[in-house]
Design a protein around this ligand. Sequence first.
Ligand code: ZN
Length: 257
Amino acid sequence: MKLIDNWKQAWKLKSVQVGALSAFFYALILFSEQFLNIWNVIPQELKNKIPENIAEWGGLFIGVATVLARLKKQPELHDVNKFVTITAGHSNSDPGAVNGKYKEAELVRQFRNAVTHYLREAGLQVKTDGTGTKNDPLSAAVKLIQGSSVAVEFHMNAAASKQANGIETIALPKDKKLAQDLSKAVADGLGGRLRGDNGWIDQSKSARGRLAYVNAGGLIVELGFISNEAELAAFQVRYWLAAKAVAKVLIEYENRN
Ligand SMILES: [Zn+2]
């Protein structure tokens, strides 16, 4: 069993409190059911031989042990409030980087929608900064990070040089491995190369300085350069493949342990 790191903050959430309360009542129901089942199979003459209070304590112990065994066999009971946050960079009013008629905010929300599709298909709970063409601003996206087991936002890079290319994920050092896995998934899906340390950019070494999304515990995946014609074309043709690969990494991350 493992607790999420910021359980103190998570506890403040109404959904967590309600979840804990329902788990408690579920345990009570299990307790009474199991207790009675076991108590009923003990022969009466045996029960008569045990001193009254010891029999009660014994029954209680068996009941508690059975409940714990049942709970351990049902890991999903601990995961009722687990969710993944998937957001798109920029917003409906801020297009981000632009190349001709293509806007970063629109491309990355398509990617967000595709990743979300695959995650939900796998049965994961997902919170997003909008559905369809909706793309809420960063302030709304950052609020979704708290309480999530992992939060990922998608962007596209842009540079004055049309040659600049590659995929990178900006994250805190603790998420280095996940950042590298996400970048590799995108690079494999789109046919691009990795930037930084095998696809990981340490937030402190990012040219953008400290990013609010990363500070709040999220990862920012730069899906390539919108300013690079080849990468823009590859994105349009193959983004579903890359999104599926990203979802696979996140599903494995969620199912670790
Ligand atoms: Zn951006």
